[in-house]
Design a protein around this ligand. Sequence first.
Ligand code: FAD
Length: 450
Amino acid sequence: MQGVRVFVQHNRGACIINTCRMFSTTHHRAADQRSYKLVVVGGGTGGCSTAARFCHQLGKGKVAVIEPSETHYYQPLWTLVGGGIKTFKETVRSMKDVLPKECDWIKAKVTNFDPDNNTVVTSDGQKIKYDFMVVSMGMQLNFDQIPGALEALKNDPQVVSNYAPWTVEKTFPAIRNTKDGNAIFTFPNTPIKCAGAPQKIMYLAEEQFRKNGVRDKVTVLYNTALGVIFGVKKYAERLMKVVEKRHIKVNYRRNLIEVKSNKKEAVFENLDTGEKETFTYSLLHLTPPMSAPDELRQCKKLVNEAGYLEVNNDTLQSTRYPNIFSIGDCNSAPTSKTAAAVASQGGVVMKNLGALMNGKPMSKKYDGYTSCPLITSKGRCILAEFDYNGNPLETFPIDQGKERWSMYHLKADVLPFMYWNAMLTGHWNGPSFFRKAMRLGLSDGSTKKS
Ligand code: FAD
């Protein structure tokens, strides 16, 4: 059966689960237990690219990806879907087309981790054993933690969110439909993926209100639980100029705690005073509270207090189990959670885990590189790139803190191509090589003071 993609249907009680997997003769398979050299949990940005990297190294049948979803999304483009610039279809591919052909895809969820026995249990009752494991489960969206939010997202066309595949297509029609009142954009009181996304859509919406001739009747509000507009000073200063110029009101330390869609009201808590404030809305863009997925958070042996898989910040190896690594949004590395960070982390894990598999010392260190293309209008973007310490780590030898057409084009057209063709195939480890090459190797592009 090697090399043949077959569809199998398991019937377990009332629950029918389809699995699509590449069978291979090189792994051991008992009735209810299979074993792999490497198990990758999650087939999103981190999982898919990791599987590709290690399939190149290890060959067929040695790598399994455990991923329940039929669909892989390029989430960074959802900002432009919400802005009416790209279509949702452009962000979607079938999981079986993006996972490497050489891996076994186990189409189920991991429900339990047993790191002491190198085993995971899946939602369809399989026990999968591994020599090494990479966990890349992303973040869980917790809309349900805001009373009224799910109901509003389902029933009120003016309550939207770019963060979920089932809501992102609502955003642009709602922006177009906004004629007056408060257009409110929220940032929750938890870590989130792409911390710039809640305000990028605000800039696109504000531009659209001007195009539609309603800007003077719409009040644009950014209600953020944070105390700053962006975590890196250089870019925060530039963004403050943008919001001032465009008469956007920023309310800091405001956390959305309830949506009353029957009254068109959003209730916020002032995180400094504890007071509640109610705003009426004509448009409400929600960014949900987020966390690591429940199945991971439950495994106290693997996670830190906040529920993220605890890794060594340099090597991305679990602090407790040397044969486990983690990439992406679900790990504890203290950097901004983005696909750009995943690319750099992927290169580090490939080197370090590869060395470990071959009994060699791990030598690669992750510097916390992450990037956020802060779109400020259709055709303009500030390309924030920085490290663990919030020091800008810019790829291009120009001031990326300026709003530029070139950076917009990179975000809208070049990066999606690179994602599908280089990143998911395991060939893109972030821009550090280009950053050095563009400076003729004389500097790493960091602006940190020594
Ligand atoms: P994901 O890609 O989310 O994949 C996680 C996978 O794990 C999923 O396929 C899921 O089904 C699977 N999974 C979950 N639970 C289980 C389980 N129990 N068992 C097995 N599998 C499981 N990044 C940028 O770099 N630039 C941007 O401009 C940008 N903009 C963004 C805008 C928006 C609106 C959003 C939503 C995200 C944006 N991002 C951006 C962030 C980027 O998409 C994520 O950081 C990146 O996808 C993280 O990759 P990951 O592999 O950690 O998680």
